[in-house]
Ligand binder design. Structure first.
Ligand SMILES: [Ca+2]
Ligand SMILES: [Ca+2]
Ligand SMILES: [Ca+2]
Length: 239
């Protein structure tokens, strides 16, 4: 009898110890009924902290003289909340335009089992150097031909031919860092007749949903210069 009591006491002790050490199981992010965690609310496309446009995210570049992650050391002015969250590197976009156009870069976003349709805003930190900095046109393509590919016509300036291209132009005329939240509903269809004309970023029936993003740099004079830095390119659920 005494031995049994001893064993029970020992078991009790072990269970209490295990509870004390382990505690309750952590809540899974996104579990039914719980609010979404920060990682879910924000889809970070790139913060350029790797110092590379090849990894972890791969970007293609075209025409612009300088498109590269550059040190933030000299870029101090602007909104304090932004200055404290830009890290060591941002993306430098610089070069001369011909006929307003200076070039740009892009990245493919779609991936199996990734739902980008829950995001409502495009968020970005932009560093300007005053009224002549230039403009950035943000282009988003959704897949309407259900093949996870952006069909383009190289003979017509790479026009997107079977999917929708939605665009939003950011005119940069300020000094220092500024954070922008652009509702995705403010993007406008640039190529009516190519896709279904509806913003449908969700994957369904073979469609990859939101496929890619591009930034096109434009000068504010026909043969002007573009000089802009970008950072923390994201899609977010809330503002
Ligand atoms: Ca950064
Ligand atoms: Ca397509
Ligand atoms: Ca569409």
């Amino acid at each position: 009898m005494k031995k049994l009591a001893c064993v029970s006491l020992f078991l009790c002790f072990c269970v209490s110890l295990a509870l004390a050490m382990g505690g309750p199981a952590p809540k899974k992010p996104g579990a039914a009924g719980s609010a979404p965690g920060l990682a879910e609310k924000v889809f970070l496309i790139d913060d350029f902290e790797s110092g590379s446009l090849k990894s972890p995210r791969e970007w293609w570049t075209f025409d612009l003289e300088t498109v590269e992650p550059a040190s933030n050391k000299g870029l101090k002015g602007g909104e304090e909340a932004v200055v404290s969250s830009i890290g060591e590197y941002s993306l430098l976009l610089s070069g001369m335009a011909r006929n307003w156009y200076a070039g740009g870069l892009g990245t493919y976003l779609a991936k199996e089992n990734q739902d980008l349709s829950k995001y409502n805003y495009f968020q970005i930190d932009v560093y300007g150097s005053g009224p002549g900095s230039g403009a950035v046109k943000v282009e988003l393509v959704d897949d309407d031909s259900n093949n996870w590919t952006v069909e383009q016509n190289p003979e017509k300036n790479y026009a997107v031919t079977r999917d929708d291209k939605f665009v939003y132009e950011i005119k940069v005329d300020w000094d220092g860092w500024k954070r922008l939240f652009v509702p995705l509903s403010d993007f406008v269809l640039e190529n009516p007749g190519a896709g279904d004309g509806v913003w449908n970023p969700q994957m369904s029936d073979g469609s990859g949903g939101l496929l890619q993003m591009q930034f096109i740099c434009l000068a504010l004079a026909e043969n002007g210069k573009v000089n802009i830095d970008l950072d923390n390119v994201s899609l977010t659920m809330d503002k």
